[in-house]
Design a binder for this molecule. Structure first.
Ligand SMILES: NC(=O)c1ccc[n+]([C@@H]2O[C@H](COP(=O)([O-])OP(=O)(O)OC[C@H]3O[C@@H](n4cnc5c(N)ncnc54)[C@H](OP(=O)(O)O)[C@@H]3O)[C@@H](O)[C@H]2O)c1
Length: 280
């Protein structure tokens, strides 16, 4: 958000807690309520809608019903797309790498096999369909796993793992689960470039250009941050059959790179993450 506010007029919609206060203009709304959203669209007349809201973390999703998850991730995505069409705005919908099959060898292209294995992933995929069916002017981004530090109430795996290691607790890391993990700082810069780039794509992978396991990425971060590597317990995903067995959803980001939107090398973005560690 701070990246966008520098060069654009931004009106943010928050659900419960506004995280970036003025100069960013904002409303508090539930995206399930079209009657609340509609006057916001009418007043603000957006040229572009960046739709980032959703039920993301499993623990968060378990705290509410499956119907609620569908209403937010699917139906409300369609509502936002319909309103965007009505007000002649393009909508960018943030989907996930988890819509892909994790057993096809990775570095998956945008036309890769789809096989969501969780409620989160399947509702994000249904959200893509809801967006496609509600407007012609859309871009679906399939985001890789993000790492870094969030201001929101849902903390990423990375942030929770950092808090644990910092307080002397062990962290289990899988050495056989691969993603194209992207730092949130790099993602914000790339997103800012993407929203003003002229192109005709409707669907793009959005991640780092490198394939890393959770164990590789987090161990490297721990080394660079000078934390205690002995607290890292390296295991196999297969030892946890109750978890969705998503082995490799690393992304082919060559289309994104061909548009001049180039992710930072992972080594450099870990350095940047270490330089921006939270104070507490
Ligand atoms: N982070 C990742 O690794 C990752 C990877 C792939 C894709 N994505 C996608 O990228 C987007 C952003 O992810 P994130 O990590 O920022 O997620 P997040 O931290 O879980 O934030 C989701 C946001 O959605 C809001 N929200 C939930 N229900 C809402 C409702 N009914 N009305 C309005 N807002 C509502 C939440 O607000 P409250 O907390 O106030 O409810 C929260 O601010 C999501 O669409 C996610 O699926 C993320």
């Amino acid at each position: 958000m701070p990246e966008l506010v520098r060069d654009h007029t931004v009106h943010a919609i928050y659900h419960k807690t506004p995280m970036f206060l003025p100069p960013c203009d904002f409303s508090v709304a539930d995206i399930r309520e079209e009657e609340v959203l509609s006057p916001i669209f009418a007043k603000f007349q957006p040229e572009m809608v960046l739709h980032l809201a959703g039920i993301t973390a499993v623990s968060h999703a378990l705290a509410i019903t499956e119907d609620d998850v569908k209403a937010i991730n699917v139906t409300a995505s369609g509502t936002l797309a319909k309103l965007s069409q009505k007000f002649s705005a393009k909508i960018i919908y943030t989907s996930t790498d988890l819509v892909y099959s994790g057993s096809e060898g990775g570095m998956v292209k945008e036309d890769g096999k789809l096989e969501p294995l969780s409620l989160y992933a399947s509702t994000k995929l249904e959200g893509e369909t809801a967006v496609r069916e509600s407007t012609n002017d859309f871009l679906i981004l399939r985001l890789a796993l993000m790492y870094g530090f969030s201001k929101g109430k849902v903390k990423s795996f990375f942030q929770e793992a950092y808090n644990k290691v910092k307080s002397g607790q062990k962290v289990v890391l899988f050495n056989d689960q691969y993603r194209s993990s992207l730092s949130v700082l790099d993602a914000a810069r790339m997103m800012k470039k993407l929203i003003t780039s002229q192109h005709a794509y409707k669907l793009l992978n959005f991640g780092s250009a490198e394939r890393t396991s959770r164990a590789q990425l987090f161990s490297r971060f721990v080394q660079k941050a000078g934390l205690d590597e002995r607290l890292l317990e390296i295991r196999s995903l297969k030892e946890f059959p109750n978890l969705p067995q998503v082995e490799d959803v690393s992304l082919d980001v060559s289309i994104l790179v061909s548009m001049g939107i180039t992710p930072m090398p992972v080594e450099k973005s870990i350095d940047e993450t270490v330089k921006n560690l939270p104070n507490s």
